[in-house]
Write a protein that binds this ligand. Structure first.
Ligand SMILES: [Zn+2]
Length: 298
């Protein structure tokens, strides 16, 4: 029992989960960070939180891949990838010429929005991100984008789709996020949210070396139980695990103190071989590092 309150369920039955984790992915600091867990809702959370005004210094701005413009669009063929699942969902619900509105909250470099635009040229798209680099990149390809924190963002419009991919885990104020998401959605809107899955095979196998702890950039890590708790006021249409086998390989490299961004020829080959083999034999646990939630306002 500690006096550390869970940021998801406000429970007091919390304890330290991993002490002294380092920034093993981007190595922006030598500081150590503590991860706590909640017995009630299974949340894993950084304690104390880094104030959101200070967290920017832990992002390697020029190399942080999610902010960069990426000309490789998302393939709808990737069976387990969250954003591929969203694209396929749009394809089953719309013809290419259809008009619908979609906002991507925390759109980063805009790969998802650019992919939607390719398949649905008439869609009314909007992105929002705190990164000026990301916003300028999207504007350069004529996609409407606003540089703002979601907390400060106000627009008098409801979107048919509200998407937020790999954002929630960065936030200290998950309930403020949820409130804003509700403002952007109508009763008919569909909401699609994905986060790293703390109940994935890779998290269990690699423990404190799991790549997605990603402290101090990640504030709260979610299992299916935690995410269901946070989103209980919504109707859940689908909640599933997905992702790629990269999390397994990256976590393995961290456990061996190797640079996770050094893609050696051998590793590329391993990935090329493992992925189809894992699919062939239905080794779904290897593709479980993300939680993908689709729902709507009740
Ligand atoms: Zn809790």
């Amino acid at each position: 029992m500690s006096e550390t309150i869970c940021p998801i369920c406000s429970g007091k039955n919390t304890s330290i989960f991993y002490e002294g984790l380092s920034d093993f992915t981007f190595k922006t600091t030598d500081k150590k960070f503590d991860l706590f867990c909640c017995t009630n809702c299974d949340a894993k959370f950084q304690h104390p939180f880094i104030p959101e005004s200070e967290v920017g210094k832990y992002y390697p701005a020029s190399t942080y891949q999610p902010f960069q413009l990426n000309s490789n669009l998302i393939s709808p063929k990737l069976k387990y990838s969250p954003q591929s699942i969203y694209i396929r969902k749009l394809m089953t619900e719309h013809k290419p010429e259809d008009v619908f509105s979609l906002i991507d909250v925390g759109c980063g470099g805009g790969t998802f929005l650019m992919t939607v635009k390719k398949y649905f040229p008439n869609a009314e798209l909007m992105g929002i991100d705190v990164s000026e680099t990301a916003v300028q990149n999207l504007k350069s390809v004529n996609i409407d984008c606003v540089c703002s924190s979601l907390y400060d963002f106000n627009i008098n419009k409801k979107f048919d789709y509200v998407v937020s991919s790999q954002v929630l885990e960065h936030l200290n104020q998950p309930y403020a996020f949820i409130k804003k998401i509700k403002e952007l959605a109508s009763n008919k809107s569909q909401i699609m949210i994905d986060v790293p899955a703390s109940d994935s095979y890779s998290a269990k196998k690699y423990g404190r070396n799991w790549v997605h702890w990603d402290l101090p950039r990640h504030s709260i890590l979610y299992s299916a139980k935690t995410l269901s708790y946070l989103l209980q006021e919504f109707e859940t249409i689908n909640l599933q695990h997905g992702g790629t086998v990269v999390a397994v390989l990256s976590s393995y490299k961290i456990s061996k103190q190797q640079d996770i961004f050094a893609q050696r020829f051998f590793e590329k080959m391993v990935l090329k071989v493992i992925t189809p083999l894992a699919k062939l034999f239905n080794l779904n646990f290897l593709f479980s590092d993300k939680l993908i939630w689709i729902g709507r306002i009740k």
